[in-house]
Design a protein around this ligand. Structure first.
Ligand SMILES: Cc1ncc(COP(=O)(O)O)c(C=O)c1O
Length: 447
């Protein structure tokens, strides 16, 4: 009897097999869908819908560390790689787990890659994939504007632990980026689709072209722009995510993902050489289930984050504030983003206000949180509440003064992840009230 009945991408469960004997390839659907990938929301709707063991509309959680077999020979066939998850054979949940694999399928559909697998944090996804692709003595070229943790990994941790050096460049300068690539030695070009915190937008097609000319793998962190930008569809080889942000949306889970070719995901799980298998950045199946329930409304959430960020940025600019938002026409990357983004999602849910000094930035955040309740002083992003932090002394504090200056991080830069709870006008009134208070205290003067 067939284990599943497949009809228009819907997989109806019949009886859960205990000991699969016949091949039941269930991964190749992603490869087929890749050819027709149009945008993230359609791809997610086209992806296989996994039902629960008893016909539940939601998938079951395979909360097992280990998996049983009926015949002793099966174990050794799984360990040689002859029988794998593509045929519904699972060994142990630090290796593939069915629930985490299902979340991986959603991530692959979202990013338009052949495959994906999820990890316990964004940093573990980033460090694992870099250690997989780059060996001792090799070299990475990376953007000089990156999340502080990633910058520290590349600038300090990898040179010490693994003899992997990184050259940081201004990726807006394609010529300089090309020059920094040492043919044969440089293995990865690494950057963020939209940089944390400066919101510069990467020319993904151009950067991918120059990297590929020199045989270099392009790895893009798309944490700031899921749905808005699809790096793999623009030429990147690998997309990494901190799922802890927009994809989770709840500010309650730390998680990550690596999206890319099936061969890369399989190499990460290799029993002898795989960074996922051997470093063990494993996602729990219960967490994978929780996250998989949130991906279907990611598109709706992102649209509202982006809509409000655009409206606020336009209004803030009118008030004479120094606002950085790629949705504004005077942002240097506005037209680039317009040309590479998926239509209808907007320009991202993050904006920055440059208050010039740390004292003014702190005062603004203090009033916005403690007097007018516009948002919360907290790092991270993608939450339904607005989150605000002064990047220089928080999420970019790993960069020294020179590195911050090179990256364009002013000491008074307030990064805001614009939330969507409350009404837009209610929140805007709270923002304006806070500005009036700052005016009263002489810290801000309206245009
Ligand atoms: C752009 C970016 N990438 C990666 C990370 C790391 O993700 P995680 O906190 O899930 O490890 C962060 C965290 O702030 C981030 O902003």
């Amino acid at each position: 009897m067939a284990d599943t009945i497949q009809n228009n991408n819907v997989v109806t469960p019949t009886k859960k097999r205990i000991c699969p004997k016949e091949s039941s390839p269930n991964d190749d659907f992603i490869v087929k869908k890749l050819a027709t990938w149009e945008d993230p929301v359609s791809a997610l709707a086209n992806a296989r819908h996994e039902f629960g063991e008893h016909g539940g509309v939601n998938m079951s959680i395979e909360a097992s560390a280990t998996f049983t077999v009926m015949e002793p020979e099966t174990l050794s066939r799984m360990f040689t790689g002859e029988l794998g998850p593509d045929r519904d054979f699972f060994i142990y949940s630090r290796h593939f787990n069915p629930t985490v694999l299902n979340l991986g399928r959603q991530m692959a559909a979202l990013e338009g890659t052949e495959a994906a697998y999820c990890t316990s944090s964004g940093m573990s996804a980033i460090s694992s994939v870099l250690m997989q692709l780059v060996s001792s003595g090799d070299h990475i070229v990376a953007s000089h504007t990156l999340y502080g943790g990633t910058h520290a990994l590349l600038a300090h941790f990898l040179p010490r632990s693994s003899n992997i050096a990184t050259t940081f460049v201004d990726i807006r300068d394609l010529g300089k980026t090309k020059e920094a690539i040492m043919e044969g030695r440089t293995k990865v070009l690494y950057f963020e689709s939209m940089s944390n915190p400066t919101l510069t937008v990467a020319d993904i097609p151009g950067l991918s072209r120059i990297a590929h000319e020199k045989g270099v793998t392009v790895v893009v962190d798309n944490t700031f722009a899921p749905m808005v930008v699809s790096p793999a569809r623009l030429g990147a080889d690998v997309v990494v995510h901190s799922i802890s942000k927009y994809i989770s949306g709840g500010a309650d889970i730390i998680a990550g993902a690596v999206c890319g070719p099936t061969s890369l995901v399989n190499s990460l799980m290799d029993l002898h050489q795989g960074a996922f298998m051997l470093l063990g950045p494993t996602m729990n199946a219960k967490v994978a289930f929780e996250l998989s329930e949130r991906i279907p409304h990611l598109g709706l959430r992102v649209k509202e984050h982006c809509h409000r960020a655009l409206v606020y940025a336009q209004r803030m600019k009118k008030l004479g504030l120094k606002v950085i938002y790629p949705g504004l026409e005077d942002h240097p990357d506005h037209y680039l983003l317009k040309s590479i983004s998926n239509k209808e999602y907007g320009y991202g849910g993050m904006l920055c206000l440059d208050m010039e000094t740390e004292a003014r930035a702190n005062k603004l955040m203090d009033v916005l949180q403690n007097q007018t309740q516009f948002g919360l002083m907290a790092v991270s992003l993608g939450y339904y509440e607005t989150l605000m932090s002064c990047s220089g002394n928080s999420t970019s504090s790993e960069l020294n003064q020179d590195e911050k200056a090179t990256a364009g991080i002013s000491p008074g830069l307030v990064r805001m992840s614009i939330g969507y709870n409350g009404t837009l006008e209610q929140r805007w009134a709270q923002f304006e009230k806070a500005l009036s208070k700052l005016q009263d205290s002489g810290l801000f003067s309206k245009k």
